[in-house]
Design a protein around this ligand. Sequence first.
Ligand SMILES: [Zn+2]
Length: 120
Amino acid sequence: MKLDPDLKLRIYEKVGIYASRFSILEPKILLTTREVLDMPRKMTEGARTSAYKYLGLSYNGQNLIFINIRKISDEKDLENTIVHELIHQRFPYLSHGKRFNKLVRQGLRGKKFLPYQKRK
Ligand SMILES: [Zn+2]
C-alpha cells in the first residue's frame, strides 16, 4: 500500500480502537523501515535490519509496533497485521501457534480483552 496522510490517519484510528479493546496502551507506530532504523537501538533490539522482511513487528515491553506498509497489499492484510501485532502487545508471553491465531481471530471479530496481569 502507498503511505499517504489519509492511510496514516486510518492506521492510527484502527490501532487506537483495537488498543482500547485489548486494554493496552496505544503503542508508538513505525510505518517504514527507515523509522525502525532511526529508533534507539535498545528499543528495536533483535529486529532492525531484518524488519523489511515482515508485514509487521511487535517490540514487546517497548510499547512499540512496526506496520510494514510497503509490504502490505490490501485492507485485509492491514487489519490482520495490526491485530496480530497488538495481540503480541497484549499477550507478550504468548508465541505463535493455535492459541495465538485464535486470539487474533477473536480480536478481528471485535472481542475485548481485560488488562494484562503479570502471572505470579
Ligand atoms: Zn507475530
